[in-house]
Write a protein that binds this ligand. Sequence first.
Ligand SMILES: Nc1ncnc2c1ncn2[C@@H]1O[C@H](COP(=O)(O)OP(=O)(O)OP(=O)(O)O)[C@@H](O)[C@H]1O
Ligand SMILES: [Mg+2]
Length: 461
Amino acid sequence: MMGKGPGKLRSVLVVDDEENLRHMLSVTLGKQGYAVDQAANGEEALEKSTVRDYDFILCDIRMPVMDGPAFLARMVERGGGTTIIMMSAYGTMTDALDCMKQGAYDFISKPFKNDEIVLTLRKAEEREKLKRENRRLKKLLGREYSFAHIYSKNPRMQEIFTLVRKVADFRTTVLVLGESGTGKELIARAVHFNSNRRSAPFVAVNCGAIPESLLESELFGHVRGAFTDASGDKAGLFEQANGGTLFLDEIGELPLPLQVKLLRVLQEGEIRRVGATASVPIDARVISATSKDLAREVAEQRFREDLFFRLNVFSIVLPPLRERLEDIPLLVDHFLEKYGERYGLFGVSVTSGFIHALMEYTWPGNVRELENCVERALVLCDGGDIDEPCLPATVRAMLTDEVCTSSEEESLSIKRAEAALERRLIAKALAVTGGNRTHAAKLLDISHRALLYKIKEFGIC
Ligand SMILES: Nc1ncnc2c1ncn2[C@@H]1O[C@H](COP(=O)(O)OP(=O)(O)OP(=O)(O)O)[C@@H](O)[C@H]1O
Ligand SMILES: [Mg+2]
């Protein structure tokens, strides 16, 4: 059986005023696994295709009431993804050619053999598949170039997107800071794909994941015989990223001796492969990222100050998810779509209770943790709505012990517990409204003045 989705037949509408021909085609195509409908003229066909989206329409040219070209024009006007194939009898060849200019996919001359019509449909199907694939790839590519895949309506994130666009075309190093899972790599990629280096490679390396002994040759390459295992020359990641961008992730993990070497590369714009005597010029833009407090690493002498300044020419600090709770519904939708596609679970929705619970949680693992949480919930939901029972224990614990877990309430003082709760609600309302105090006051059900007073009292900014 020819299937589109699971169990779905490809549908064909046969439009012709000759009943015999409609019947013959219905039988032939039915045998080939198509679901076939019939219409005796353009008007009837128009009606039928309002009710149902056909994959294909085989349409005669000369018919009473509404002829083929008129029907085609109406279909093109409507838009949609139906592939229309004209059937031209003797004397209607020019009309058929005109129809192709108007948007018909192909035409087939009458009389035709059964095989011919099946072949034409198969060809059209193949083309549809390619078109879909093409659209999918274009979308993917477009996503990488733009910010379409980074979801946020938070004003601070929007500012960051503006910064990224501005800095993209300069060669300056960029340092991306933020807690784990806040989207540092996404931002690094956005810098690259918004820059004029976008068609050159984006090479990412996790400085914390490669043993120190290998890292130097990974980054800078080596020549044959540089060390025991070096059986040939090898280009390093810097060279691979030439003309493009080198993303040094977890830069805080870079061992001190390599920090010195990296600094030299950045200053001189050339690299020397391990074991080589000469340096070669290199043009790779360096973006680094870390979830560590790099300034503190410098203060504690684990990170060289000179390198820090060099990397930190332009820094982008990503806010943690708990400071942009308004993004949660948006991200949930995005991840539902992403994993829905992966697992073939479409149209699953979440209850407002579920979203509410997510907004109560503090998200130490930020967007990545939320992503995992949604993926897990989708798997658990059995195709029904996603509700609170699908939440991971960490999030649920936060809900039940809401008032009792934070240290402020350990004293059992109701007054302090109340203050802590008020503080959290205010912070949340401000986050949800993007800092709009008038709107936040409304949500909190207190006066604008009372809110300003409390903001000051609690030192919320
Ligand atoms: N704003 C966002 N919109 C959509 N997806 C996001 C967003 N932010 C992060 N993600 C997703 O969350 C995951 C973590 O993002 P990313 O790897 O960029 O974070 P990170 O800050 O580099 O984390 P780590 O410090 O752990 O390396 C990825 O799957 C990413 O696609
Ligand atoms: Mg990362």
